[in-house]
Design a protein around this ligand. Structure first.
Ligand SMILES: Cc1cc2nc3c(=O)[nH]c(=O)nc-3n(C[C@H](O)[C@H](O)[C@H](O)COP(=O)(O)O)c2cc1C
Length: 220
């Protein structure tokens, strides 16, 4: 990225900006290997601003973020991850798959300079939210949009995130002391990437899975 300012600069040539967005989307990686560099406040603030520009059902803006820097809290989250990860290992019966699974690094909780826990708070029921009459899941989908914006902004600025969902979510909530009603979306390990995994998903690089060549689309 030549100039990380483009996100907040509407005066740029729009075709050039569109190309940069495509590049940023394809360069974004789920990162589990970080350098020890701190994440500058301006980088984090710009990523939060991008998250807050996400679409949200009925303009509910239901995302809630908890920034984790305390090593003791990170240790609790890491122990939480380990317990769930161990159970997942027990589910694998195919020995070859098990060996690949065990070789995968699926979090960077302790070494990422900071973590961002993301929660979804449904608004008070007495307020009508436009768009949730079909399903209230739309609140969580809004939070997923915010996470993607956050992730892309970090990528554009030369940083990255790794999404950790392998957690006991009830324990996760109590470890972070958030209100009982908040719905956990996951924990993002944030920092400067130590690798781009040769430009492909790490799970593909490690031969766990393969990204399909095109999306599934039906035309009616
Ligand atoms: C909702 C969600 C949860 C995820 N949870 C984890 C996780 O717990 N651990 C992990 O290593 N990767 C996790 N990932 C990352 C995916 O494995 C990754 O996005 C996928 O392999 C494609 O790689 P890429 O993001 O680099 O394109 C998660 C991704 C999403 C969207």
């Amino acid at each position: 990225m030549k100039d990380s300012q483009w996100i907040s600069s509407p005066t740029q040539n729009s075709r050039w900006v569109a190309m940069e967005i495509e590049e940023c989307i394809s360069r974004r990686r789920d990162t589990r290997h970080f350098l020890s560099d701190e994440v500058p406040e301006r980088v984090l603030n710009q990523a939060f601003a991008a998250a807050h520009h996400a679409p949200s059902v009925g303009l509910s803006e239901p995302w809630r973020f908890v920034v984790v820097q305390d090593q003791k809290v990170k240790q609790k989250l890491f122990d939480n991850f380990n317990a769930i990860h161990r159970n997942a290992t027990l589910e694998l019966t195919d020995e070859k798959r098990k060996q690949i699974f065990l070789s995968l690094k699926l979090e960077a909780i302790l070494e990422a300079p900071l973590g961002v826990a993301v929660f979804c708070e449904h608004p008070a029921t007495e307020n009508l939210t436009i768009g949730i009459q079909g399903t209230t899941d739309a609140f969580e989908w809004s939070c997923a949009c915010a996470i993607q914006n956050f992730w892309l902004s970090l990528t554009a600025q030369g940083y990255s995130a790794g999404w950790v969902s392998i957690l006991d979510m009830n324990l996760f909530k109590s470890e972070l002391k958030v209100p009982e009603t908040w719905i956990p979306m996951g924990y993002l390990c944030v920092g400067k990437p130590a690798t781009n995994y040769e430009g492909i998903p790490m799970l593909e690089l490690k031969k766990w899975g393969k990204r399909s060549s095109k999306p599934v689309i039906f035309y009616l």
